[in-house]
Design a protein around this ligand. Sequence first.
Ligand code: B12
Length: 222
Amino acid sequence: MANYETLIDEMVELLLGDDPDAPVAWAKEVVAGDTEAIDFFNEVFTPAMAAIGDKFGRLDIFLPELIDSAERAQAISNDVLAPIFEAEDGDTQMSRGKIVLCTVQGDLHDIGKNMVSLMLQVNGFEVIDMGINVPPREALNRAKEVEADILGLSALMTTSQPYMKECVELRDGFGLKENFSIIVGGAPITAEYTAQIGADAFGKSAVEAVEKCMLLMEQRAS
Ligand code: B12
């Protein structure tokens, strides 16, 4: 049984350490051992990034270190985890549904959103990823234009959260509630906030994003 606390500490140390290549080499070793890639992502990678965020919030580290550590984390995600997830699933024969996904206006965080995109794709969803800093109207127009089943919104900052609310208000105001569901996620998002803004679902991780999107598809079919 892997000791996640130790692994989290090791990852934080390597993300902030002198050797930029060490985190990828270390992560490869960890997932080659007795830690499943998905457990590594949920129990080590994500908490380690939260710990980096806390250090930044406490001014223990500054923006250049935050940027470096984000690049190293993205490399773990792209070079170590993504190939494993792609090889494990990849049922591309059928489409479970069409999802337009983006990080909302004012927000440039996309490490989590990209993992959500990957997980949805390897689980058979068609994902149209609009990237970062997407204004509400653009997200809604795209969802309408491609006849999406679901619009997925990611926000990592309290200052960008209100754009999620605006998306829901605009969708409902334009009479598009029947056209597509809205699922929200990102570190500061909670089930309470989701209910408060009238979004249809919330996922606290990429795995939960897939589960909730499947549920939404079932609800839409009934
Ligand atoms: C990495 C990082 C960065 C990187 C981002 C790189 C990138 N390409 O994404 C960089 C260095 C660029 C950055 C910049 C900034 N950051 Co920053 N950053 C972070 C950090 C440390 C980690 C985020 C992360 O990648 N987590 C790992 C992923 C895997 O987790 P996740 O994103 O939560 O995603 C998972 C779930 O939430 C969920 N999910 C995510 N999206 C979605 C969507 C849907 C639909 C669903 C269902 C689920 C879902 O599934 C994901 C996978 O399991 C956070 C700390 C934190 N606690 O999150 C701060 C943090 C978000 N940043 C913060 C700040 C302040 C900034 C800056 C303003 C700093 C500055 N002075 O410039 C800028 C803002 C730039 C902008 N306009 O967006 C603050 C925000 C505070 C606040 N009150 O809002 C935080 C909380 C740090 C802190 N404690 O101060 N940041």
